[in-house]
Design a binder for this molecule. Structure first.
Ligand code: HEM
Length: 437
């Protein structure tokens, strides 16, 4: 489909085949990103929004290596994560009887997890650093929202120079830029001062070490400070914004479907004693839980058009010629809700992913292949396994210990009605947690 907005053509690919062709089969043809004026002002050049270039490839490689070095399976961080889960449980117990807002709980947990991954220490919800992360993040999101009136500035960037127009937008952009720059620079400065190669803490230390090790022929580091800032921005914003939405969806599902809650709890109870700690290596013991996590991600498809791609040269997809510079959106939302593939696509039905022997269906099963919620190919989300593992730990530990019930009104669970932006946002809900006997 081709849409014209402000005299610019945008091509939307609506089938799995066309998306895979553009994302994988055509090599680098569609791996660009269009310039987004407000993003480029607020944020330093970074992996997510930078156009395809040697610098973007290098910075993505470093991002992925840092995440591997300090992601799932690293003992030091696994221990911190267990402590974070414990403090989540303590916090819920402390507030026993009071309803807790699902959005507040989710963002609190995700901030702690992302801060630990970045800085390698243990954080609790009331840590000042977590508050700052949350605040800075929402300022950036508000200032760059592609579905706000400020989107006109992205579409017609020359308007940005007329400062008397869109005063409110300019204010938002300037203060978001100031807040994120200050936050990131301060963290980098502090980490450099206290850096000790014998006591590596988290992704930031890893990147500081790479900065020292990877030097170009002219003696300059391949990873300069600006790139380092961009990488930290990606950990913060890409990490926070997405995982919190998955958790919000999970609460809605559990509250809308008490049978789902009971089924997942029965699976946990069949594998673990009530006091036993569930860790990441236990994931294989809980196929129903995994099926549910995949199914809720499909249902939500929270980045419905992925991040906009752009043709970096004249190219072709699905038999159509696409001129260089054309913005290409991958409609993973439609792929994940295609009624020809999914029976009742707007229902959450984890059982569809379980085979006759009770196992999760293979990765190449059509129901799994038609989920492109993390993208595919060279710009595929590098945070996928990190996100899934953190969400798994949250869900498994909460359901092992608590029954969850709604407090007050239960908002509708219909992804077609969620507010639309670059990300889809499930409504938050007040939750009552009751310790399981
Ligand atoms: C449920 C959680 C998540 C979902 C659904 C998700 C989804 C996505 C999607 C759809 C893209 C765009 C792919 C494309 O345009 O082709 C993306 C890109 C990206 N994601 Fe995620 N993501 C999640 C979590 C994370 C986390 C936790 C991190 C970091 C810690 C992360 C870091 C990134 C980065 C850096 C990119 C840009 C890759 C590039 O442009 O080369 N994501 N993600």
């Amino acid at each position: 489909m081709r849409v014209k907005i402000f005299a610019k053509s945008i091509v939307v690919l609506n089938s799995r085949e066309a998306c895979i062709e553009a994302l994988i089969k055509t090599g680098t043809d569609f791996q660009g990103r269009p310039p987004l004026k407000r993003n480029n002002i607020v944020l330093p050049p970074n992996v997510v929004f930078s156009n395809f270039s040697d610098r973007q490839v290098l910075s993505r490689r470093l991002f992925t290596k840092a995440l591997k070095a300090y992601g799932p399976g690293v003992m030091h961080l696994e221990n911190i994560l267990q402590e974070t889960i414990q403090s989540l449980v303590d916090d819920i117990d402390r507030r026993s009887g009071c309803a807790i807002d699902s959005a507040e709980l989710s963002i609190g947990y995700v901030c702690c997890v992302i801060a630990s991954m970045m800085f390698g220490e243990k954080y609790s919800y009331d840590d000042e650093l977590c508050h700052q992360m949350n605040q800075v993040n929402s300022q950036v999101i508000k200032a760059t929202d592609p579905f706000s009136s400020g989107a006109v500035l992205d579409a017609m960037p020359f308007l940005y120079d007329f400062k008397f127009l869109f005063r409110d937008q300019h204010k938002k952009v300037d203060s978001a830029k100031e807040a994120i720059t200050k936050f990131i620079k301060t963290r980098i400065e502090e980490a450099k001062k206290s850096f000790d190669a014998n006591q590596m803490r988290g992704c930031l230390d890893y990147l500081i070490e790479q900065q020292m090790l990877e030097v170009k022929a002219d003696g300059q580091p391949s990873l300069d400070d600006l790139m380092l800032e961009g990488l930290m921005v990606n950990f913060l914003i890409a990490g926070l914004e997405t995982s919190r939405r998955s958790l919000a969806q999970i609460f809605l599902d559990l509250l809308h479907d008490p049978t789902l809650q009971k089924t997942l709890q029965a699976e946990i109870d069949s594998q673990f004693e009530p006091t036993e700690t569930i860790t990441l290596k236990d994931k294989v013991k809980l196929p129903r839980m995994e099926a549910y996590m995949l199914e809720q991600m499909r249902f939500l498809t929270q980045v419905p058009f992925m991040i906009p791609h752009m043709a970096v040269r004249d190219a072709e997809v699905a038999g159509y010629k696409i001129p260089a510079g054309t913005v290409v959106l991958m409609n993973s939302y439609h792929v994940a809700h295609n009624p020809d593939v999914f029976d009742e696509p707007f229902e959450v039905k984890p059982d569809r992913l379980i085979d006759e022997s009770g196992k999760l269906v293979d990765r190449d099963h059509p129901l799994r292949e038609n989920f492109l919620g993390f993208g595919a190919g060279r710009r595929q989300c590098p945070g996928e396994s990190f996100a899934k593992s953190r969400i798994f730990l949250f869900l498994a530990n909460i359901l092992q210990k608590y029954d969850v019930k709604v407090d007050g009104e239960l908002p509708e669970r219909d992804v077609r009605k969620y507010p639309m932006s670059i990300l889809l946002t499930p409504p938050s809900v007040k939750v009552q947690f009751t310790r399981r006997q």
